[in-house]
Ligand binder design. Sequence first.
Ligand code: ALA
Length: 870
Amino acid sequence: MTSDEIRQRFLTFFEERGHLKRPSGSLVPASFDPSVLLTTAGMQPLKPYFMGQEQPPAQRMTSCQKCFRTVDIDIIGTTTRHITLFEMLGNFSIGDYFKAEAIEFAWRASLDVFGLSADDIWVTVFEGDDELGLGPDDEAIELWQAMGVARDRIVPCPRSENFWQAGPTGPCGPCSELYFDRGVAWGKADDLPGGENERFLEFWNLVFMAYDQNPPNTVAPLPAQNIDTGMGVQRMAVIQQQVDSIFETDQFAPLIALAQQRSGKTYGAGGADDVAMRILADHTRAMTFLVADGVVPSNEDRGYVLRRVMRRAIQRGRSLGIEDSFLPDFGALVVELMGHEYPELHEQRASIDTWLASEEESFGRTLENGTALLAQIIARAQDQGEEGIGADAAFQLHDTYGFPIDLTREIAAEHDLGVDDVGFEERMNEQRLQSQLAGGRIRTMEVTEALPGPPTTFTGYDHLEERTTVTAVRDGDQVIVKLADSPFYAQGGGQVSDAGTIECADGDCRAQVVDVLRVGDDQALVLDVQEGQLHDGETVVARVDRLARHATEANHTATHLLHAALRETLGNHVHQAGSYVGPDKLRFDFTHGHGMSADEVRAVEDRVNGWISANDEVSPQQTSLDEAKAKGAMALFGEKYGDVVRMVEIGDGSYSRELCGGTHVARTAEIGLMKITSEGSSAANVRRIEALTGPEAVAYMRERDRQLHDAATALRTDPARIAERFAALQSELKAKARAGDGAPTVDVFALVGKADEVEGATVLVTEVAVDDAKALLDVADRLKGKLPDAAIVLGARTDGKVAFVAAVAPALVERGVKAGDVVRTAAEVAGGGGGGRDTMAQAGGRDPEKLPDALAAARGAILTALMAGD
Ligand code: ALA
């Protein structure tokens, strides 16, 4: 029986018994369910029905759901039965049938549909659990016996085995599992199902979902008694196809064959090569499905899971001796094997190809260097009789060579060495701190030590003015004070600190608040005292600058709307990767693999402005983290929340709910309007949008209008006809140039077309036909205007020599690309030298023959810098 037949027969069996067939949901959970990173069970897309929050389309349903379990990544390949991506068949009852029917259906299907012999099936049941206050599932034992299962083949198991829950909280219940006995040849006569043995293969789990767990370990009955079951297609395939491992079944054998063909190695000898081939087969399936569902490789969340399986596969492929590109071929084979059942694989064929190829290309290059370095480190550690690899080495591999720590750990483990994980984490934290400091996001000043006053109560969600007392003062270059109650917001969550003033109640002092320092949950004010002095215990009136605060709030709410619109327009792979929210503008960084088209930008802008004119209410509320997650609030990476969280909901919450400590407008229409002013790259796979709202947006558009008007005046036409007039002038100029001294003109537009995107950056490296360095500089200047975010390197043959110029956008300088270094690299290849600033540099060389090599070297230097900078 093929895997396709298994799927088909299961679904038909249940359709014939009144179940509505549901399509598989995405591997990326619904946008408002952040409780899991990836879908891990068939019941997940049906959760709102089980919870009684939504009306199900039918009370009986059946599905084949694609699932991904990250917990098993490390052991893939070392066993015959674990895989990351699998298909789960299930039958579900929402308040319709319960235990008796579920057991009968499973029994009949096992025998009649899958042709198993009753003698080969064992079952487990829940033995009860004191902590949950639940007794043993005697009812299930009786029901199984009624099916004819002998009592000694019904094995009670503890909560750890036979109580199922999708997460720490939520719908759950006792379960009963069906096992296939592969015979004593696979183990011992006294092996039992439920234990860690290869003899008993679990193939179906029946969950009697009757409870809601919240908080953990406390169960309450659900509105209705439900059934949730799961049968692994790939496990059943092992049984049906009578093979020893999943990797020999019909979905995997062709992938193993491809691995053999590409590596020239033979599968089945045991050992590292077998493990590597299994990893290739499993991981290439996994990455193909993930990309098809919109996940892109990155360093966070799902993107990191994807990157991890990609990099593991690439490394194993190389270790098998495959030298050329291979991931896209495996991806194509997965599409061929699975595409008839999952049409998204065909639809996303081009993306799959692109992402597999680009990760392989970028990681492949660093892998070689990293592998060589790791081999040296391992040899040294072994020579010196050390137990493991030090934190510095592991960090260097991660930081400089993009070597994931898991890979370092695995390869080290193959040589019986450990890794200093604690030290590695410390270095990661240091680096995070450094980049946060560089980004101005936190300040380490130990204000609390200097100012031992009691913690300040922040009242600024409700008040912008506060009559309060000074509880501590520190005089110095800057005066720092603490207040009992403070209306000032301290920078955090992307939102800048409030500005404002403090005045003594008796009128003899006045100060400007220049900064608000966040110290844990506490805060302190940095003041510029303009009159008098502030004393401990003094009564003061604290006033937040209302206009600035309101502008900031408009930008903050607009940021939430932007986030929601981006996810709606581009997909659920979009996640916040950083933000700036001030009175002047908003900046939003998010995960996305390529630049947005003009249409996409417009669609996002329209969506946000639609929500603004709907004048929806913005309602911040205190709730528990579990409640917020159950409602699907977006929790942002890297933020830590206590048990009680603040959730900001817009409208009815259907399009935006985020955990957020910032301040917001009361209704969306207060934002007025939002205008996106730029969209560009911020790091590999991270895009950056800047936008303006309210009066700033109006001012921006007015300024644009003025510029257009000035341009029209200069061109002696009106704004609507500028493009036309400009095109006419350009062809006049070209004609003149042709008729004139014959000096070649450079078509800057054609050069722009040669730019490409690598590592999330626009790069243009090319030869230009001009005669001297000055002309080359002019071309670079004109290109800069057209490619403002790019790294540009131009070379020209000038009178038997070569000239180079490099121009690098500040955003890329920040990522480590320095014009001076790049141009020097090029010049050295062409037998010369030079340098300059980080954003602009010039150089010359003596050997025109070397120009192409020199430009290639420049390109290499840019790529290396970009990769090291990520
Ligand atoms: N949801 C149950 C499981 O995943 C069926 O095992």
